[in-house]
Design a protein around this ligand. Structure first.
Ligand code: EPZ
Length: 421
């Protein structure tokens, strides 16, 4: 297994590009199932999770390929001929977002058989709300041998009031609704930029969706859609991670393509911590302060502070001048980076969903282990600041969500390299 080795202490400066958003690319790839024809997806990040989603489509009988050479950020999906509407356990267990094919398959093929995504490191992550929405639209749902089987000749519009705000639940039911008969109203819907981006793509394909980005989304079903040609929005979590890299090294970095509107809660907290953030033509510039101020964080659904940035802010606060309180309100087990940060000298105590972070003068390099995607990014950030050498193992977690992170960080002066394991 590969490792990332970081020699801490360098002050980052220069420009770093942000790739396409993983959490927009995954539902958009699934959305290609909604229309026959030749789909073109641009600015698609080269990530393990994206490769898995393309493989899920190929297993179903679609042609789903990433182009090569200077077009390698473009993927093409060809949907024509029969599609076998089944997502196998072997693939779903490696990437739970495969469940996003459920809505499109039932909507267009009248049936789907998708392995139940088990829990993952950060939590149980049930899909009861996904199924609640499909049932409300007339799907017959059965759970057999660890698979969800959904059937419905033609879904009909319904009002779905989500009991919890769920990003992929909103996306799955929205995709099911675009080909249903009549109007569907999603209430208590997720407001993430990736949900809005998916609605934009579906509308380009001929869907009739209004209200995406708010908590009430209205979808008027149509009989068929046309293929997409779309460039995916930049990844706000990757952008936020690089802003923290600038902040934690006291550097000055322009994060190119970052969209301020997608990161407002994060920008506010970085400013509160003493960073100077300016919006420039090409993105967002972050200048880290000599001394970081402590800030309290409460993760929440968008537009609140994103849970996917919690670990990164915790690392920043671990070297702030004072005490910060961080509450993780979205997932039940998203503090797995804490024991690893302890090994580097961080002073963090956990009580249930709350972590009290007492800033320390310095972190020391150590051998640490990645446990989940964003935790692994936070360990690399800690290594940038720590004195000495930090080795992050199990970086396959990192490769799920960050495209060539060590290359991008080297591009702004970090001493970081990947060691093939
Ligand atoms: C999406 O996961 C993202 N993944 C996650 O990003 C992100 O952390 C999460 O949203 C929250 O923002 C993708 O978009 C592919 P949820 P998702 O359904 O949709 C509970 C990353 O790092 N819930 O919004 O699976 C659930 O247990 C990943 O890129 C139910 O109870 O998250 C959680 O506590 C990690 N029943 C809360 O809702 C359901 O049916 C939010 O989950 C669905 C969810």
């Amino acid at each position: 297994m590969d490792k990332i080795v970081v020699q801490g202490g360098n002050v980052l400066s220069g420009e770093v590009p942000v790739s396409g958003a993983k959490n927009a690319a995954l539902p958009i790839i699934a959305a290609s199932l909604l229309s026959r024809g030749h789909h073109i997806l641009r600015n698609v990040p080269e990530l393990a999770d994206v490769a898995t989603m393309l493989e899920v489509l190929r297993v179903m009988g679609a042609k789903a390929e990433r182009l090569t050479g200077n077009k390698k950020s473009t993927c093409e999906v060809l949907i024509d001929g029969p599609v076998h509407p089944e997502a196998p356990y072997e693939l779903v267990k490696t990437m739970r977002a495969s469940v996003l094919v459920l809505g499109p398959l039932v909507a267009r093929y009248g049936r789907a058989r998708v392995s139940m995504p088990g829990g993952c490191a950060i939590g149980a992550r049930p899909i009861d709300q996904h199924l609640k929405g499909l049932k409300a639209m007339g799907a017959e749902i059965t759970l057999t041998e660890g698979y969800v089987e959904a059937r419905c000749k033609r879904l009909r519009g319904a009002t779905v009031n989500f009991d919890v705000i769920t990003v992929t639940g909103t996306e799955n039911v929205m995709m099911a609704a675009v080909l249903a008969r009549g109007r569907t109203v999603l209430e208590n819907a997720a407001r993430e930029p990736e949900v809005e981006e998916l609605a934009n793509v579906l509308n380009k394909m001929g869907a009739r969706i209004e209200g995406a980005g708010s908590d009430v989304i209205t979808i008027d079903g149509v009989d068929e859609l046309r293929p997409m040609d779309h460039a995916i929005i930049p990844d706000r979590v990757e952008a936020g991670t690089f802003l923290v890299a600038a902040a934690i090294t006291g550097g000055n970095v322009l994060v190119k393509n970052a969209v301020p509107e997608h990161l407002e809660a994060v920008l506010l907290k970085l400013r509160e911590a003493g960073c100077t953030l300016t919006t420039e033509a090409g993105g967002i510039r972050c200048k880290g302060p000599r001394v970081l101020k402590p800030v309290d964080i409460k993760t929440a659904e968008h537009p609140g502070f994103p849970t996917d940035m919690q670990a990164q802010l915790m690392v920043l606060m671990s070297v702030a001048n004072g005490t910060s309180v961080i509450s993780e309100n979205i997932f039940e087990n998203r503090f797995m980076h804490v024991p690893e940060l302890h090994r580097m000298g961080a002073d963090i105590s956990i009580s249930g969903p709350t972590a009290v972070v007492k800033g320390v003068k310095k972190l020391s390099g150590a051998q640490v282990m990645a446990t989940d995607l964003r935790a692994s990014a936070s360990l690399v950030l800690a290594g940038l600041r720590a004195e000495g050498r930090t080795e992050v193992s199990r970086v396959y977690h990192l490769d799920r969500g960050y495209e060539h992170i060590e290359k991008k960080l080297r591009g702004v002066g970090a001493n970081v390299r990947r060691v093939k394991g």
